[in-house]
Design a protein. Structure first.
Length: 317
């Protein structure tokens, strides 16, 4: 078993190191620390409940044509198959360009030890780009370059990743938009991105849980390092199930000189809403902030024998 896991990991690392990427960035969602499914399908292997997640991001408020991103995901775990199945849809609208990215997600628990777990995931779908030429406002209508490459485009899309978990740590490695590898640059197609991240989680206190995360994102010769800290405050119940989380606050900083404030509230045991405010500090960059709203909903299912999935009152996995 350990040899097979090691071979899978080496093959994946070889794929990451051999890639050549495009110029367009991946979608930017500040609340990805709560749900990593957009860039690592292995993370959907959550036992004990069906998981629904949605968020909407309005970037650079007050700027006409600024990016608006809508994301919705649903996934569920089948204990008898050691597998999770899911669907995700991302719609990214920027000016006159609209990109739709529907995906089917699958994750398999390669190892499910009593004290740790390792999952591998893959996503398959399509990247669909359309341009609304009726919204062109050119200085000269006679410029032939305006009407080049404006037909709707549909391309296959795929992501792959690994994720390790134990009671205190999460480590992940993933690669997105695999069909972009080796293609020529295009402003309309998403580039292949590589993600490497680690999260430390401490849930020992009856009054709060806290999480510290570090992520490195790479595309071509660009590297962005991101650090995150989240504190989730709890209410002692006096019951055998332990304390319940009631709200959380967090802060994220990226090496690209961007900072995010995060806030979330548990409406019920299985319903949670969140908000994020993003601000850039780059000289000459647009100073309008970005707003993001998030919704999480869990539907409890049969209990799985998984030590790393205990303490089900804790939202974060």
């Amino acid at each position: 078993m350990k040899k097979r896991i090691f071979v899978h990991f080496l093959l994946f690392c070889a794929l990451l190191s051999a890639t050549k990427t495009l110029a367009q960035t991946d979608i930017s969602m500040a609340t990805h620390w709560y749900n990593r499914g957009n860039y690592n399908p292995a993370s959907i292997a959550r036992t004990n409940y069906i998981y629904l997640f949605s968020n909407v991001r309005n970037q650079w408020m007050g700027v006409d044509g600024a990016p608006t991103v809508f994301n919705v995901q649903v996934s569920g775990y089948v204990n008898s198959l050691n597998s999770a199945f899911g669907l995700s849809v991302v719609n990214d609208k920027i000016g006159i360009t609209n990109a739709l990215n529907p995906m089917i997600n699958y994750a398999y628990r390669i190892a499910d030890d009593p004290n740790w777990s390792l999952s591998m995931g893959i996503s398959l779908g399509a990247f669909i780009r359309t341009i609304d030429v009726s919204r062109y406002s050119p200085v000269s209508d006679n410029d032939p370059a305006l009407y080049q490459d404006v037909d709707p485009t549909t391309k296959p899309d795929a992501n792959v990743g690994f994720e390790f978990q134990n009671s205190n740590f999460i480590f992940g490695l993933s690669s997105t938009h695999l069909f972009s590898i080796g293609k020529t640059d295009s402003i309309f197609l998403n580039a292949n991105h590589r993600y490497l991240y680690g999260i430390y989680k401490n849930t020992n206190s009856d009054l709060m849980n806290y999480y510290l995360g570090l992520q490195l994102v790479n595309r071509f010769n660009i590297y962005v390092l991101e650090g995150n800290a989240i504190v989730r405050f709890k209410h002692p119940t006096g019951l055998t199930g332990g304390s319940r989380e009631i709200f959380d606050v967090g802060l994220t900083y990226r090496s690209s000189k961007q900072m995010t404030a995060l806030f979330g509230v548990n409406i019920t045991e299985n319903v949670r809403i969140g908000y994020a405010y993003d601000q850039s500090f780059i000289t000459g960059y647009n100073k309008n902030g970005s707003h993001e709203i998030m919704l999480e909903y869990r539907i409890p299912s049969s209990k799985a024998e998984c030590a790393t999935c205990r303490d089900q009152e804790l939202w974060y996995r």
